[in-house]
Design a protein around this ligand. Sequence first.
Ligand code: SF4
Length: 464
Amino acid sequence: MRQPTTAPEFDPKLVARYDVAGPRYTSYPTAPQFHAGFDEAALRRAVDASNAGAAPLSLYVHVPFCFSPCFYCGCHRVITRDARKATEYLDYLEKELALLGPLFARGRPVHQLHLGGGTPSFLDIDHMQRLFAMLARHFDMDRAAGREWGIEIDPRGIDAAYMSELGRLGFNRLSVGIQDFDAAVQEAVNRVQSVEQTRDVLRAARGHGFTSASVDLIYGLPHQHAAGFARTLDQVIALGPDRVAIYGYAHLPHLFKAQQQIDEAHLPDAASRLALLGLAWEKLTTAGYVYVGMDHFARASDELVQAQQAGTLQRNFQGYSTHGDCDIVGLGVSAIGRIANTYNQNARDLVGYYAALDAGRLPVMKGMELSTDDIVRRELIGELMCHGTLDTRRFGARHDLVFADHFADDMERLAWLVDDGLVELRGAAINVTPRGRPLLRNIAMCFDAYLRKSTGAPRYSRTI
Ligand code: SF4
């Protein structure tokens, strides 16, 4: 068992100095490295090879539809109110499942299911029942108590009866987007959602078998200010979620068209963004939430905190996870999968996704097979992001390499961070210090072999 990770120290001046564009490392290598050379045949080979290890499965199903556009959004989504689009989409998911499902050996249990989007709760109960029947036809859906079946919910328009049906289907985790309860902020981002709507959904979930609730907040939105955000944080804490994620708004209007609706003049400046983040840290930790890493806070009793203390925490496309042993099967438009040492991503728009399936092909658009160096770096970055410590001697022995030689350039880059007190080198150990814990991705970036080669417009959000 590892030592519990030390509590972080939030030093605003230090954090401001490290505000650069960088990946979130929900995968390594990151999505911009995926390429079209990884095709359907490559995915088929990867799944076939993975059946020998028979790792359990984690299913990710992407539901791309939303009723209205939130202007800050950078997700792949389709804005519509037409329920027939969901029926058509399920027809195509069924085709994808019919092609992909039989590739996986029967007997590989599904330990984790996540419906993300878009807005998964765009699907009505009939759609949900149909989706579950389809999944059960092709995979061994493990309904044991330890299952982790999660869904992202937009509380606007959701009632207790809907949550009850979701509980009956077997969902036990929900994630709710809030961002900010302040009326001016909600108007500016086109997402008006009351505290009461959010509270009703969380209450109904708890009454219908959901054992974990997570909420998302965003700092750096237009019109956000300390007093309003403090009020939001107090309201969120009063709702009592098990997990709170707080993301920095990444204003990249050249990449995400909806963001062109946001008036840059109303965005808080760098100092104000930092103050908002500092406020969130203070309020959440004072309320008893533990900083897990990379924007995520959880109650001390939460599985994420326990996994971190036990040294079993992992990172994947949904953030931190306790099921890192699973192969991830991505289903639906733009979904990303991780099968053994490969990544794959489906076509990013409905036209391409439907066309591939109409032609009887898996809708893989790109992906990659990891090199030996990628695999080594993925593990290293995961260790630092999840546990904040690395024994370089053991790590080198495990991968049959001399750490100081293999990572000579990386350690040179890390030296700056050592000088700034973010990282401490003690014997063979690299330890993230309490001052370094809020800057995990800056530390991980030192070991990213692709980052130093990249050019052009920033593809990543800023780290603060
Ligand atoms: S933030 Fe969520 S609900 Fe809003 S447009 Fe994006 S995916 Fe849809």
